[in-house]
Ligand binder design. Structure first.
Ligand code: PRX
Length: 690
């Protein structure tokens, strides 16, 4: 057994000494106050922000219990503010206008730019005026479907400035998904771009947008305005594309003819609907730079963001202005131990909640300098992330376990050839991280000197809820560790009773925190049913977790990814972790599978490290590894060779597709969000007889 996977790691003195929270005693003291006196705790934090008028009456008012009437949560009632003002104007007024807000790094090395707080504010004001000129008012919804470019942040902040709700749809979603979200959100304006390169793949965003708008029209919904940022070529408004251009003009040349690292084309021909479509740069050219903020009640909606629901229909998670602002800013400050001189980089796309809170709002509210990255970790090669870390001297870095695991496969040399001495804090988010990936992140990427923050949270929570803090938490690989300020976790069994140490149960929170979602757009009942009905008095995360004897929380994955084998509740994530510990395994995904005798059994898809063969001997070894790690009852029943796994473009494994493959059911459902659909056929062809 590899001891490194199971030991406890302590923060390095260099990190501890500059940290906001330097000891567990200090953490506990602050935490206790946040739970026993949430009003006082958050009132103090609110002092750092600008409010046009201060809270009056109850600072916190809520009902968390479905049996006591409708669920509601209100923080700082009566206060009036604007999150865009707090993210930009405040810093400019304090004399920090020249500080870099974002370094933009394009898909192609060499495509780069930067924007200061003052310049960002100027662009946001102009774009806010463009939106207003196109009829957008407070309370309207604006759909945004854009690549990772500065204009995406400009669009988001401009909405916030004028009190319109942004509904950002990840630019990897299909036309149908975009249309479904635009319909549900009742939007009439869409902001997009001509297109974007991701690695060697061209994403024709305008074409997809056109299709989505057509679908909406077919259902009687008119998108009256489509603003289009011209990203694939330089304009007056987008002068920062400095990359090598081999084909200046005309349509895009075939991606296959492009050399790695060289941008293949500059122009993308787009279809144009006069009267609806407007170029971003044309509209911006005549827009005024003055735009007074719309002063918002703190409980006015800020944005909605769709997340998948168990019924298949995505839910429009709605966050409001004031509470989200406090929570985004505070989690960013403490969890990344933000310092003025930091260069921070979160690799998430702004189309996901991680990008909303930790690419845009959290960093900007703290006045930080961050990197926005358009590309992928594998282009031009598997060293790209570390090349960017070296280039900007990134000190705080935040990514997903899936990226770490994928990069591990390529070996250490892609990492070690770049200077990573600037790194201090390394974060992970999105899924449980297996200890092996954690240790590689810690030992190889962080050279053993960085703190790792494993941050558990959700679209619904607005910000981190269970996480280590860099300067004080002793780290156990694979555990998100302790609750953030204001979060009161409990782990319950089916009967709403707290489970014993070591037992798995439902992770729930029994107190509201400022960043919690307030409703599902247009469907408050669904909000109550999904999150509050199962355990009255608690917010139910839908995730499984257990506590260890030191009080650490180990999130084991979605409860719906649980398997009940012969009456034993098993976490697929836990089995995966055991499999991944085997040196031959690069990645593993485990799903539940019907079993005549046991009820359910586990079916494991195994991706081996490059060059290895999937043999019977190896299968026996893997089964033995799970047996010895978890227990004989957990021994997997089926092992399948999986040279690839079906993943969304953001890297999440699509387990529902795996369940179908395991069952030999060719009706795999909607796979439009899958990064590489060919993997499905491959996996069907490799199914073992079972
Ligand atoms: O299952 C948990 C997992 O991701 C889910 C939330 O997904 P989403 O709303 O898309 O937001 C992702 C980014 C916050 C959770 O219910 N999850 C997220 N972070 C972790 C995690 N599981 C284990 N450990 C984490 N650190």
């Amino acid at each position: 057994m590899d001891d490194r996977l199971h030991k406890t790691y302590f923060p390095d003195d260099n990190i501890k000494n500059e940290s906001h929270v330097r000891s567990m005693e200090q953490y506990k003291e602050m935490y206790e106050r946040s739970i026993s006196d949430p009003e006082g705790f958050w009132k103090d934090i609110a002092q750092q922000f600008y409010f046009k008028s201060q809270p009056q009456g109850k600072f916190l008012d809520f009902n968390f219990d479905v049996n006591n009437g409708p669920i509601y949560i209100k923080w700082m009632q009566g206060a009036v503010t604007n999150i865009c003002f707090n993210s930009l104007d405040r810093h400019v007024q304090q004399g920090n206008g020249e500080k870099v807000a974002f370094y933009w790094e394009g898909n192609y090395p060499g495509d780069a730019g930067q924007i200061s707080y003052a310049e960002l504010l100027r662009k946001v004001c102009k774009f806010a005026n463009v939106l207003k000129a196109n009829g957008v008012k407070k309370g309207d919804r604006v759909a945004i479907y854009m690549p990772m470019i500065v204009e995406l942040s400009v669009a988001l902040l401009a909405c916030a400035r004028i009190g319109a709700m942004h509904s950002i749809v990840f630019a990897g979603f299909s036309a149908e998904s975009l249309a479904e979200r635009m319909q549900d959100g009742e939007v009439s304006i869409l902001v997009t771009a001509d297109g974007s390169w991701r690695g060697t793949k061209l994403v024709n965003l305008k074409e997809i947008s056109d299709k989505a708008m057509e679908i909406c029209a077919g259902k009687g919904q008119q998108i009256t305005t489509c603003l289009v940022a011209k990203h694939l070529s330089a304009t007056e408004e987008t002068p920062v594309r400095n990359g090598t251009v081999v084909n200046d003009g005309g349509d895009c040349i075939d991606e296959a003819t492009s050399e790695p690292g060289v941008r293949p084309c500059q122009h993308l021909k787009v279809n144009w609907t006069e009267g609806r479509d407007i170029w971003w740069h044309t509209a911006m050219a005549s827009a005024s730079e003055d735009c007074e903020c719309e002063w918002m009640d703190v409980e006015d909606p800020l944005f909605m963001l769709y997340t998948s629901g168990s019924t298949g229909k995505p839910k429009g998670v709605l966050h409001t202005t004031g509470g989200y602002m406090l929570y985004a800013a505070t989690t960013f400050k403490y969890v990344f131990d933000y310092q003025q001189h930091d260069i921070y980089w979160c690799t998430a796309d702004v189309g996901w909640i991680t990008g909303h809170t930790y690419v845009c709002y959290g960093p900007l509210l703290n006045g930080s300098t961050s990197v926005i990255f358009e590309g992928t970790p594998f282009y031009p090669d598997a060293g790209r992330l570390w090349q960017v870390v070296e280039k900007y001297k990134v000190s705080k870095f935040y990514t997903a376990p899936t990226a770490i695991r994928s990069l591990m496969k390529y070996g250490d040399s892609y990492v070690t050839k770049y200077d990573r001495s600037s790194l201090k804090v390394l974060g992970t988010v999105g899924e449980p991280i297996n200890p092996e990936a954690w240790v590689w992140y810690h030992d190889v990427i962080g050279e053993g000197r960085c703190s790792i923050v494993d941050t558990f949270w959700q679209t619904e929570t607005g910000g981190h809820t269970v996480t280590s803090l860099p300067g004080c938490t002793p780290m156990k690989p694979g555990s998100a560790s302790f609750p953030f300020f204001g979060i009161k976790p409990t782990i319950l069994d089916e009967n709403c009773k707290p489970v014993e140490v070591g037992q798995e149960g439902y992770l729930v929170f029994s107190q509201p925190w400022p960043g919690i979602m307030r409703t599902v757009y247009g469907d408050h009942q669904r909000y109550e049913t999904t999150y509050f009905k199962k355990f009255p008095g608690y917010y139910c995360t839908g995730d499984g977790a257990k506590l260890d004897e030191d009080g650490y929380i180990w999130v084991t994955g979605r409860i719906d990814d649980m398997v009940n084998v012969s009456g034993h509740l098993l976490s697929t994530a836990e089995i995966e972790s055991a499999l991944i510990e085997h040196q031959s395994v690069a990645e593993a995904a485990v799903v539940s599978h019907p079993h005549e005798i046991k009820g359910e059994c586990t079916y494991c898809f195994i991706t081996l490290c490059e060059g290895l063969e999937f043999t019977d001997a190896l299968v026996s070894e893997l089964k033995a590894a799970v047996r010895s790690k978890i227990g004989p009852f957990a021994q997997p029943d089926v092992m399948q060779n999986a040279p690839g796994l079906p993943k969304t473009r953001s890297g999440k494994i699509m387990r529902r597709v795996l369940r179908k493959i395991a069952r030999g059911d060719k009706d795999v459902g909607d796979i439009s969000t899958m990064a590489d659909e060919s993997v499905v056929e491959l996996l069907f062809s490799l199914r073992p007889d079972c």
